[in-house]
Design a protein around this ligand. Structure first.
Ligand SMILES: C[S@@+](CC[C@H](N)C(=O)[O-])C[C@H]1O[C@@H](n2cnc3c(N)ncnc32)[C@H](O)[C@@H]1O
Length: 262
């Protein structure tokens, strides 16, 4: 707790212990996650506002998105395509898509002209929760993403998505409900339930997503999807049943199966 209070004082109050700071320490003591109390977090160098209480971006997600960006960069130098279309579905705070079109300087130096992670990318953010559509807008503005580089779609998975994409990134709600008692109390109490659970076995949204995704992918395109480490075998079976041919499973920085590239 001491470390969290110190961090709060440094990050939000620049070392000045105001009355509001004391109120915030009470929130921390009640168990509210530090990132919500600070009001933002960092994701691959981008400032991600959390005022609408989206899922707090996780380091595991940051890890695979960074891997994806590295691979995209090496592929895009071969691509002569004038623009790369990216779909960030189950977007939440928008952290994934934002880190693709923004650059690290957006947070660290707030420059006006940003070196982008991926030049020429246009991101479509898709999210069902109306509050979070606003959250994505806040985050795009905060990271100075030009209007022409993104759009935000109110969509129940693919219901309002049109066209095809070169990259689809998905971090669906995938925690199995049977694992509820293993989840940290503060997560259950403060983070949105609709971002966490995917039915009894956690595969409810994964199944819906994978059934639709191939119809929204350009030839040669790639899908990145995060999942719970226990779901690998079932997802492999599902991918075969849905006639996906090329896919590779990957572990996260902690050595757990965490994402698949299709
Ligand atoms: C695990 S969170 C991922 C958020 C963010 N992409 C990240 O990685 O931090 C899943 C998100 O999916 C959204 N969601 C849940 N059901 C959905 C649905 N049927 N269609 C679209 N989005 C949905 C939730 O509101 C939540 O923001």
């Amino acid at each position: 707790m001491k470390k969290e209070v110190e961090w709060l004082l440094k990050e939000k109050y620049h070392g000045k212990p105001t009355i509001q700071f004391r109120e915030d320490t009470k929130r921390l003591k009640k168990g509210e996650p530090l990132d919500y109390v600070i009001g933002f977090t960092e994701f691959l160098g981008c400032k991600i506002d959390l005022s609408k209480k989206p899922l707090i971006p996780r380091p595991e997600t940051e890890y695979w998105v960074q891997e994806a960006i590295k691979k995209m960069k090496s592929r895009t130098s071969q691509f002569l395509s004038p623009s790369i279309k990216v779909l960030d579905i189950f977007a939440g705070s928008g952290c994934i898509g934002i880190s693709i079109v923004a650059g690290s300087e957006s947070f660290l130096q707030s420059k006006n002209s940003l070196p982008r992670h991926i030049k020429h990318a246009k991101v479509t953010f898709a999210e069902k929760d109306k509050n979070l559509l606003q959250q994505i807008q806040i985050n795009c503005r905060a990271n100075k993403i030009p209007k022409k580089s993104y759009d935000i779609v109110d969509s129940d998975i693919f219901s309002n998505i049109k066209g095809r994409y070169d990259y689809i990134f998905a971090n669906p709600p995938y925690i199995p409900e049977v694992k509820k008692n293993k989840i940290q109390k503060s997560v259950l109490r403060y983070e949105p339930v609709s971002a966490l659970f995917g039915g009894k076995d956690g595969l409810l949204y994964i199944k819906k997503f994978l059934s639709g995704a191939k119809h929204f992918l350009n030839p040669g395109g790639e899908i990145y999807m995060e999942f719970d480490s226990t779901q690998k075998k079932k997802i492999e079976k599902l991918l075969r049943a849905l006639a996906y041919k090329n896919f590779v499973f990957h572990k996260d920085q902690y050595g757990k199966w965490r994402y698949v590239v299709i």
